[in-house]
Design a protein around this ligand. Structure first.
Ligand code: ADP
Ligand code: 5GP
Length: 214
Protein backbone atom coordinates (compact mmCIF):
# COMPACT_ATOMS: atom_id res chain seq x y z
CA UNK A 1 0.00 0.00 0.00
CA UNK A 2 1.10 3.60 -0.62
CA UNK A 3 1.18 6.33 2.04
CA UNK A 4 -1.63 5.82 4.54
CA UNK A 5 -2.72 9.39 3.83
CA UNK A 6 -1.50 12.66 2.45
CA UNK A 7 -0.57 15.46 4.86
CA UNK A 8 -2.88 18.45 5.18
CA UNK A 9 -1.81 22.07 5.42
CA UNK A 10 -4.11 23.38 8.15
CA UNK A 11 -4.28 27.17 8.13
CA UNK A 12 -5.70 29.11 11.07
CA UNK A 13 -6.22 32.85 10.70
CA UNK A 14 -8.02 35.44 12.81
CA UNK A 15 -7.63 38.99 14.00
CA UNK A 16 -4.95 39.13 16.69
CA UNK A 17 -6.44 38.10 20.05
CA UNK A 18 -9.32 35.94 18.76
CA UNK A 19 -7.61 32.77 19.98
CA UNK A 20 -5.52 31.22 17.16
CA UNK A 21 -2.47 30.41 19.31
CA UNK A 22 -4.59 28.94 22.10
CA UNK A 23 -6.55 26.79 19.62
CA UNK A 24 -3.36 25.74 17.79
CA UNK A 25 -1.78 24.52 21.02
CA UNK A 26 -4.96 22.62 21.94
CA UNK A 27 -5.10 20.97 18.50
CA UNK A 28 -1.49 19.79 18.76
CA UNK A 29 -2.08 18.55 22.32
CA UNK A 30 -4.99 16.51 20.91
CA UNK A 31 -2.85 15.11 18.09
CA UNK A 32 0.90 15.54 18.61
CA UNK A 33 1.62 14.14 15.12
CA UNK A 34 0.48 17.50 13.72
CA UNK A 35 3.58 19.60 13.26
CA UNK A 36 3.41 23.33 13.87
CA UNK A 37 4.97 25.50 11.20
CA UNK A 38 7.27 27.76 13.20
CA UNK A 39 7.27 31.03 11.31
CA UNK A 40 10.19 33.36 10.86
CA UNK A 41 9.65 36.94 11.96
CA UNK A 42 11.53 40.20 12.27
CA UNK A 43 9.48 41.26 15.31
CA UNK A 44 11.03 41.17 18.79
CA UNK A 45 10.21 38.19 21.03
CA UNK A 46 7.46 38.69 23.63
CA UNK A 47 8.15 37.72 27.23
CA UNK A 48 8.10 33.93 27.44
CA UNK A 49 8.64 33.38 23.71
CA UNK A 50 11.59 31.20 22.78
CA UNK A 51 13.56 31.32 19.55
CA UNK A 52 12.68 28.25 17.47
CA UNK A 53 9.53 27.47 19.49
CA UNK A 54 6.97 30.25 18.82
CA UNK A 55 9.03 31.86 16.04
CA UNK A 56 12.45 31.93 14.45
CA UNK A 57 13.40 35.49 15.33
CA UNK A 58 15.64 37.03 12.68
CA UNK A 59 17.01 40.30 11.38
CA UNK A 60 15.37 41.97 8.40
CA UNK A 61 18.51 41.32 6.30
CA UNK A 62 18.42 37.57 7.05
CA UNK A 63 14.68 37.47 6.38
CA UNK A 64 15.02 39.18 3.01
CA UNK A 65 17.88 36.85 2.06
CA UNK A 66 15.73 33.81 2.89
CA UNK A 67 12.89 35.19 0.72
CA UNK A 68 15.30 35.89 -2.14
CA UNK A 69 16.63 32.31 -1.91
CA UNK A 70 13.08 30.94 -2.22
CA UNK A 71 13.22 29.48 1.31
CA UNK A 72 9.79 30.86 2.32
CA UNK A 73 6.60 29.09 1.28
CA UNK A 74 4.80 32.40 1.83
CA UNK A 75 5.61 35.69 3.49
CA UNK A 76 3.89 38.94 4.40
CA UNK A 77 4.32 42.28 6.11
CA UNK A 78 2.06 42.40 9.18
CA UNK A 79 1.92 45.13 11.87
CA UNK A 80 5.17 46.63 10.56
CA UNK A 81 7.16 43.38 10.70
CA UNK A 82 7.93 40.60 8.25
CA UNK A 83 6.56 37.11 8.82
CA UNK A 84 7.07 33.99 6.72
CA UNK A 85 6.71 30.21 6.73
CA UNK A 86 9.98 28.35 6.06
CA UNK A 87 9.39 25.94 3.15
CA UNK A 88 11.67 22.98 4.03
CA UNK A 89 10.03 21.73 7.27
CA UNK A 90 6.59 21.95 5.64
CA UNK A 91 7.65 19.93 2.62
CA UNK A 92 9.37 17.31 4.84
CA UNK A 93 6.28 16.88 7.03
CA UNK A 94 3.89 16.67 4.07
CA UNK A 95 6.15 14.13 2.32
CA UNK A 96 6.05 12.03 5.50
CA UNK A 97 2.22 12.12 5.44
CA UNK A 98 2.00 14.47 8.43
CA UNK A 99 -0.29 17.47 8.80
CA UNK A 100 1.20 20.91 9.26
CA UNK A 101 -0.54 23.67 11.20
CA UNK A 102 -0.05 27.33 10.23
CA UNK A 103 -0.94 30.33 12.38
CA UNK A 104 -0.71 32.94 9.63
CA UNK A 105 -2.60 35.95 8.30
CA UNK A 106 -4.89 36.17 5.24
CA UNK A 107 -2.04 37.13 2.91
CA UNK A 108 -0.12 33.96 3.78
CA UNK A 109 -3.30 31.87 3.55
CA UNK A 110 -3.92 33.17 0.01
CA UNK A 111 -0.33 32.46 -1.07
CA UNK A 112 -0.43 28.88 0.22
CA UNK A 113 -3.86 28.25 -1.31
CA UNK A 114 -2.53 29.47 -4.67
CA UNK A 115 0.66 27.37 -4.43
CA UNK A 116 1.25 23.85 -5.73
CA UNK A 117 0.17 22.57 -2.29
CA UNK A 118 -3.16 24.42 -2.58
CA UNK A 119 -5.35 21.37 -3.06
CA UNK A 120 -4.16 19.94 0.25
CA UNK A 121 -5.00 22.97 2.37
CA UNK A 122 -7.72 23.27 4.97
CA UNK A 123 -8.33 26.87 5.94
CA UNK A 124 -10.19 27.97 9.06
CA UNK A 125 -10.98 31.50 10.14
CA UNK A 126 -11.58 32.30 13.80
CA UNK A 127 -13.95 35.17 14.63
CA UNK A 128 -14.28 36.71 18.08
CA UNK A 129 -17.79 36.78 19.63
CA UNK A 130 -17.60 40.62 19.74
CA UNK A 131 -15.11 43.44 19.25
CA UNK A 132 -15.34 44.30 22.94
CA UNK A 133 -14.30 40.73 23.82
CA UNK A 134 -11.49 40.85 21.25
CA UNK A 135 -10.11 43.92 23.00
CA UNK A 136 -10.55 42.29 26.42
CA UNK A 137 -8.59 39.23 25.27
CA UNK A 138 -5.74 41.31 23.86
CA UNK A 139 -5.51 43.19 27.17
CA UNK A 140 -5.85 40.04 29.29
CA UNK A 141 -3.05 38.32 27.36
CA UNK A 142 -0.87 40.96 29.02
CA UNK A 143 1.92 40.73 26.46
CA UNK A 144 1.58 43.91 24.44
CA UNK A 145 1.79 47.61 25.25
CA UNK A 146 -1.35 49.76 25.13
CA UNK A 147 -0.04 51.26 21.90
CA UNK A 148 0.53 47.83 20.29
CA UNK A 149 -2.94 46.69 21.38
CA UNK A 150 -4.51 49.81 19.86
CA UNK A 151 -2.62 49.15 16.59
CA UNK A 152 -3.75 45.51 16.52
CA UNK A 153 -7.36 46.57 17.18
CA UNK A 154 -7.21 49.08 14.32
CA UNK A 155 -5.90 46.34 12.00
CA UNK A 156 -8.40 43.72 13.11
CA UNK A 157 -11.01 44.76 10.54
CA UNK A 158 -8.47 44.21 7.73
CA UNK A 159 -8.13 40.61 8.83
CA UNK A 160 -11.85 40.02 9.56
CA UNK A 161 -12.80 41.37 6.11
CA UNK A 162 -11.19 38.21 4.61
CA UNK A 163 -13.35 35.77 6.57
CA UNK A 164 -15.26 34.56 3.49
CA UNK A 165 -12.07 33.31 1.77
CA UNK A 166 -11.78 30.41 4.22
CA UNK A 167 -13.22 26.87 4.05
CA UNK A 168 -14.57 27.03 7.62
CA UNK A 169 -15.38 29.88 9.99
CA UNK A 170 -15.69 29.41 13.76
CA UNK A 171 -16.88 31.94 16.31
CA UNK A 172 -14.57 31.39 19.27
CA UNK A 173 -16.94 32.07 22.14
CA UNK A 174 -16.57 29.03 24.37
CA UNK A 175 -13.01 27.73 24.03
CA UNK A 176 -13.85 24.06 24.67
CA UNK A 177 -16.65 24.12 22.12
CA UNK A 178 -14.51 25.79 19.45
CA UNK A 179 -11.71 23.29 20.11
CA UNK A 180 -14.13 20.40 19.65
CA UNK A 181 -15.42 21.86 16.36
CA UNK A 182 -11.86 22.28 15.14
CA UNK A 183 -11.04 18.65 15.93
CA UNK A 184 -14.17 17.52 14.08
CA UNK A 185 -13.24 19.56 11.01
CA UNK A 186 -9.69 18.16 10.92
CA UNK A 187 -10.91 14.59 11.43
CA UNK A 188 -13.40 14.94 8.58
CA UNK A 189 -11.11 16.62 6.06
CA UNK A 190 -8.50 13.92 6.62
CA UNK A 191 -11.04 11.53 5.08
CA UNK A 192 -11.40 13.46 1.82
CA UNK A 193 -10.69 11.24 -1.17
CA UNK A 194 -7.75 13.41 -2.23
CA UNK A 195 -6.13 12.92 1.17
CA UNK A 196 -6.22 9.14 0.89
CA UNK A 197 -3.96 8.12 -1.99
CA UNK A 198 -4.18 4.45 -1.02
CA UNK A 199 -7.88 4.29 -1.90
CA UNK A 200 -7.40 3.35 -5.57
CA UNK A 201 -5.20 0.44 -4.55
CA UNK A 202 -7.79 -0.69 -2.03
CA UNK A 203 -10.57 -0.51 -4.61
CA UNK A 204 -8.43 -2.48 -7.09
CA UNK A 205 -8.04 -5.15 -4.41
CA UNK A 206 -11.81 -5.21 -3.87
CA UNK A 207 -12.28 -5.54 -7.63
CA UNK A 208 -9.96 -8.55 -7.86
CA UNK A 209 -11.78 -10.15 -4.93
CA UNK A 210 -15.00 -9.70 -6.89
CA UNK A 211 -13.45 -11.28 -9.96
CA UNK A 212 -12.21 -14.25 -7.95
CA UNK A 213 -15.73 -14.81 -6.64
CA UNK A 214 -17.36 -14.90 -10.06
P1 ADP B 1 -4.24 35.04 18.89
O1 ADP B 1 -3.23 33.93 18.75
O2 ADP B 1 -5.37 34.92 17.92
O3 ADP B 1 -3.62 36.40 18.87
P2 ADP B 1 -4.49 34.06 21.64
O4 ADP B 1 -4.68 32.59 21.46
O5 ADP B 1 -3.18 34.56 22.13
O6 ADP B 1 -4.94 34.87 20.33
O7 ADP B 1 -5.67 34.52 22.64
C1 ADP B 1 -5.72 35.84 23.18
C2 ADP B 1 -6.16 35.76 24.66
O8 ADP B 1 -7.53 35.32 24.72
C3 ADP B 1 -5.35 34.76 25.47
O9 ADP B 1 -5.13 35.31 26.77
C4 ADP B 1 -6.26 33.52 25.54
O10 ADP B 1 -6.04 32.78 26.72
C5 ADP B 1 -7.65 34.14 25.52
N1 ADP B 1 -8.69 33.31 24.87
C6 ADP B 1 -8.58 32.58 23.72
N2 ADP B 1 -9.75 31.98 23.42
C7 ADP B 1 -10.63 32.34 24.39
C8 ADP B 1 -12.03 32.05 24.66
N3 ADP B 1 -12.75 31.28 23.84
N4 ADP B 1 -12.59 32.59 25.75
C9 ADP B 1 -11.87 33.39 26.56
N5 ADP B 1 -10.56 33.71 26.40
C10 ADP B 1 -9.94 33.20 25.32
P1 5GP C 1 1.94 37.95 16.33
O1 5GP C 1 2.94 39.05 16.19
O2 5GP C 1 0.76 38.33 17.17
O3 5GP C 1 2.56 36.65 16.76
O4 5GP C 1 1.36 37.69 14.87
C1 5GP C 1 0.80 38.74 14.15
C2 5GP C 1 0.11 38.23 12.91
O5 5GP C 1 1.05 37.66 12.01
C3 5GP C 1 -0.93 37.15 13.18
O6 5GP C 1 -2.08 37.46 12.41
C4 5GP C 1 -0.27 35.90 12.68
O7 5GP C 1 -1.22 34.95 12.23
C5 5GP C 1 0.54 36.45 11.53
N1 5GP C 1 1.65 35.56 11.18
C6 5GP C 1 2.46 34.86 12.01
N2 5GP C 1 3.34 34.13 11.33
C7 5GP C 1 3.09 34.36 10.01
C8 5GP C 1 3.67 33.86 8.80
O8 5GP C 1 4.59 33.06 8.78
N3 5GP C 1 3.13 34.32 7.65
C9 5GP C 1 2.09 35.20 7.61
N4 5GP C 1 1.63 35.55 6.41
N5 5GP C 1 1.53 35.68 8.72
C10 5GP C 1 2.02 35.26 9.91
Amino acid sequence: MGDPRRGLLIILSSPSGAGKSTLSKALIAWDPTISFSVSATTRAPRPGEEDGREYHFMSEADFQAAVADGDMLEHAHVFGNFYGSPRRPVQDAIDAGKDVLFDIDWQGAQQIQNSSLGQHTLSIFILPPSIKELHRRLVSRGQDSTETIARRMRKSWDEISHWAEYDFVLINDDLEETGAKLRNIVSSIRLKRLQQPMLSEHVRKLQSEFQEMS
